[in-house]
Design a protein around this ligand. Structure first.
Ligand code: DX5
Ligand code: ZN
Length: 227
């Protein structure tokens, strides 16, 4: 039987943008036909790096109000910042299953604040760890790199998790993030992924629109074939 993944979506990750031209880069991604902007928020307890805060989410809303904001919280205590990100204009809020808080309560709070709740798991985390949170999450992000930096190599073994999730959740949004390029995008789509985050690969394209079209055509083609 042919299985149809939910709508393919491409999400450029702002972490891969030219920070000297952030506003222009946000507009470039929107004009290129991206479905949403992925914004990476890091604290140095959770990952060995720092990145943006809520003000960058607010900047994205000001620059491109109609461009959907998908916000990835790589934070040990995301629960302390849910209101701040809601006020800043986050539309999906992704929290890690490895975070040090009550994840069920945080996911429900995200929904009650009017945002879409999503759960994320790191490469070393077994998929069984997210099972208890699936009823409260509208989207599952399977990391395909160890979070903290852009430009790393795609960890294809993580696709075992997306295959398992797709069998269990035929209509859920299943996303990968890290190391996504023209080739690894196809591997991910064949493994049940419908949402692709891509930072360094998309932002280094001189014609981002052409590359997004190419990725979407490939994903649409796969969605029509049996998985
Ligand atoms: C990694 C971030 C990713 C990052 C991906 O910690 O969560 O969103 O921007 O970058 P690329 O696509 O360059 O691997
Ligand atoms: Zn991310």
């Amino acid at each position: 039987m042919a299985m149809h993944n939910p709508k393919p979506q491409i999400l450029p990750s702002l972490l891969g943008a030219d920070y000297g031209r952030l506003a222009a880069e946000i507009l470039r991604a929107q004009d290129a036909g991206a479905d949403a902007l992925h914004i990476d928020i890091m604290d140095p307890h959770f990952v060995p790096n720092l990145s943006f805060g809520p003000d960058i989410v607010a900047l994205a809303r000001r620059v491109a109000p109609g461009f959907y904001r998908n916000v990835h919280l790589m934070m040990s205590r995301p629960d302390a910042f849910l209101e701040r990100f809601a006020e800043a204009g986050a539309q999906t809020l992704q929290i890690h299953v490895e975070a040090d808080c009550d994840k069920s309560a945080a996911l429900r709070r995200i929904r009650s604040l009017g945002m879409k709740p999503a759960i994320v798991l790191n490469p070393e985390t077994p998929v069984s760890a997210v099972e208890p949170f699936l009823p409260d999450a509208d989207e599952i992000l399977v990391m395909t790199v160890h979070p903290g930096y852009g430009g790393q190599k795609f960890l294809a073994d993580c696709l075992e998790k997306t295959r398992w999730l797709r069998k269990r959740l035929p209509s859920a949004d299943i996303m990968v993030d890290g190391g996504v390029n023209g080739e690894t995008a196809i591997l991910a789509a064949k493994a049940g992924v419908n949402q692709l985050v891509s930072g360094s690969y998309l932002f280094r394209q001189s014609d981002m629109a052409a590359e997004i079209r190419r990725l979407k055509d490939a994903l649409d083609g796969l969605a029509r074939t049996a998985v």
